[in-house]
Design a protein around this ligand. Structure first.
Ligand SMILES: CC(C)(COP(=O)(O)OP(=O)(O)OC[C@H]1O[C@@H](n2cnc3c(N)ncnc32)[C@H](O)[C@@H]1OP(=O)(O)O)[C@@H](O)C(=O)NCCC(=O)NCCS
Length: 175
């Protein structure tokens, strides 16, 4: 079984102040390979929805995240990808955003490369993502993760997200 928990941030409430020195910008076409690298490193063996199913090949589960990240950069699975990087520096993290409708933006893939963790990169990304949503006139931002992913839930709660709803998936194969 796995449990996907959704968090919601009301954008009518004041946004967190932008105090981080970490620069965040929209991804460019040339960032695709770096976004792919971060997805590969961050989600390798991740305790996620696909990895939770013992009948799914863990290598294929890893690949799903790489593919998802690349297709988000190409605009197939996301409306925007924000990346953390100074000019001329390697990227340290990214978040993909999808407009679910005029009032709702969903954060989909979110990752920081292992060597850049513990420095507030995910906080800087989520603050900028909230600003992106607000600038588009959305009323709230939605985002989800596995309930076991404590680190990312801390980041979201500190940015004003609240638990919304959850789904269990029972990985039962009837054969
Ligand atoms: C989740 C992720 C983006 C956070 O990266 P980050 O910005 O470097 O965040 P940190 O490592 O500073 O962790 C945030 C907080 O959680 C804490 N934390 C980290 N791992 C933890 C754990 N296993 N249990 C409890 N707390 C934990 C950190 O200590 C930190 O709290 P602090 O500020 O009080 O010290 C990064 O770990 C990642 O990319 N993980 C893999 C992909 C992923 O899980 N994506 C999100 C799901 S879509």
């Amino acid at each position: 079984m796995d449990t996907l928990i959704y968090y919601r941030r009301d954008l009518r409430r004041a946004l967190p102040r932008k105090i981080s020195p970490i620069p965040i910008r929209a991804a460019r076409p040339e960032d695709e390979e770096e976004v792919r690298r971060i997805a590969a490193e961050a989600f390798r063996g991740y305790g996620g929805h696909y990895h939770a199913d013992p009948r799914l090949d863990p290598m294929k589960a890893d690949e799903t995240y790489r593919d998802w990240a690349v297709r988000s950069c190409r605009g197939e699975l996301a409306d925007e990808v924000l990346v953390a990087a100074g000019e001329g520096e390697r990227l340290s993290g990214f978040i993909t955003l999808r407009l679910n409708g005029p009032e709702e933006v969903e954060g989909r893939l979110f990752a920081v490369s292992p060597e850049a963790r513990g420095r507030g990169v995910s906080r800087a990304l989520i603050v900028e993502a909230l600003r992106w949503c607000w600038q588009r006139g959305a009323r709230h931002m939605l985002i989800s993760t596995q309930i076991t992913n404590i680190a990312v839930q801390k980041v979201w709660i500190r940015a004003g997200f609240e638990p919304s709803h959850a789904y269990y998936t029972f990985h039962i194969w009837f054969d």
